[in-house]
Design a protein around this ligand. Structure first.
Ligand code: URA
Length: 303
């Protein structure tokens, strides 16, 4: 497997040095080389389909047969790719230790489950189902192709997203864009095979970027469910703990859930790390690259 210059440049941008130069390893060696992935050691092989706690096999093309790039080698990121300081935006916090917050609730919008795009946008814009509507600048509905084949689900708007009304526009968003570019995907105008749809579990920013509270997630959930039904993606990338908990109803750690194909409403779901976590833990970008490759396999297996 030879990586194109573009792929190499993209992996480098993600902070994953494609350090096996073609001159150093023959092409078929690259395709077969096992990826040293300690965190994957207990995970089932790619191609397992997990629903309601049970894993069943689904036919999956091999990465090499599908012409995909091999899994990225686990290698320390170059110092230049590491963030100078860890991301402080707790909108993407992964610490389970944060204290629960008492959240005043309001009425949920009715009829979300049958809404089309315009009504759904309006319902999100006027939602008062929890107190986040009081502190937000604006809700962040989501962005991208309404019939996208790829859907990305994150956690909640942070400060920049709240200001700009678009998901993932801060530093984590810049990394997400580079991850997407590595798969030839984009949030910008393109056809449904290339332009993704990006949504968050919460449409409104939690104050001071605290963790989403379970009641907020529950109140907001119908919006994400309807977005998934309307987009009908071929694959969903669930990024981070809150996306995973909301979509899969699982409190298992990401490390245990990734490397498998899960399912929500008939749509395959691939679990991966949140880009903000990857900014803090760049060595895990290689694992995230594996997750992206698995998602691409799933997409290709659907034709
Ligand atoms: N983190 C998220 O999960 N979503 C955003 O929109 C921004 C940061």
């Amino acid at each position: 497997m030879r990586w194109t210059d573009t792929q190499r440049a993209m992996l480098r941008e993600m902070g994953i040095p494609p350090f096996w130069p073609e001159e150093a390893a023959p092409a078929d060696e690259l395709a077969q080389a096992p990826t040293p992935m300690p965190a994957m050691a207990e995970a089932p092989p790619h191609g397992q389909f997990v629903q309601a706690g049970a894993a069943v096999s689904v036919p999956m093309p091999s990465v090499a047969a599908a012409g995909a790039a091999p899994s990225a080698p686990l290698a320390p990121s170059p110092a230049s790719a590491r963030p100078a300081t860890p991301r402080s935006n707790g909108a993407t916090a992964t610490s389970p230790s944060a204290k629960p917050v008492d959240v005043p609730l309001g009425p949920r919008p009715v009829g979300v489950e049958t809404m089309g795009w315009p009504a759904l946008r309006e319902a999100v814009a006027s939602c008062q189902a929890c107190s986040l509507c009081q502190s937000r600048t604006q809700p962040v509905f989501g962005v991208g192709h309404e019939q996208a084949q790829w859907m990305i689900v994150g956690e909640a708007p942070g400060e920049q997203e709240d200001k700009q009304g678009e998901p993932f526009v801060g530093r984590a968003g810049q990394l997400l864009d580079r991850m997407l570019a590595a798969l030839a995907l984009t949030r910008s105008e393109a056809d449904a095979t290339q332009q993704v749809f990006i949504a968050n579990v919460l449409k409104c920013r939690p104050p001071a970027n605290r963790n989403p509270q379970p009641q907020e997630v529950a109140q907001c959930e119908p919006f994400l469910t309807r977005q998934i039904e309307l987009v009908k993606p071929k694959v969903i990338l669930a990024m981070g703990r809150f996306a995973v908990q909301s979509l899969l109803k699982s409190s298992e750690p990401i490390g245990k859930l990734r490397g498998k194909v899960h399912e929500v409403a008939g749509v395959p779901v691939i679990v991966t790390y949140h880009p903000a976590y990857l900014l803090r833990s760049p060595a895990d970008k290689a694992l995230a690259w594996d997750d992206l490759c698995l998602a691409r396999e799933v997409m290709r297996s659907q034709g």
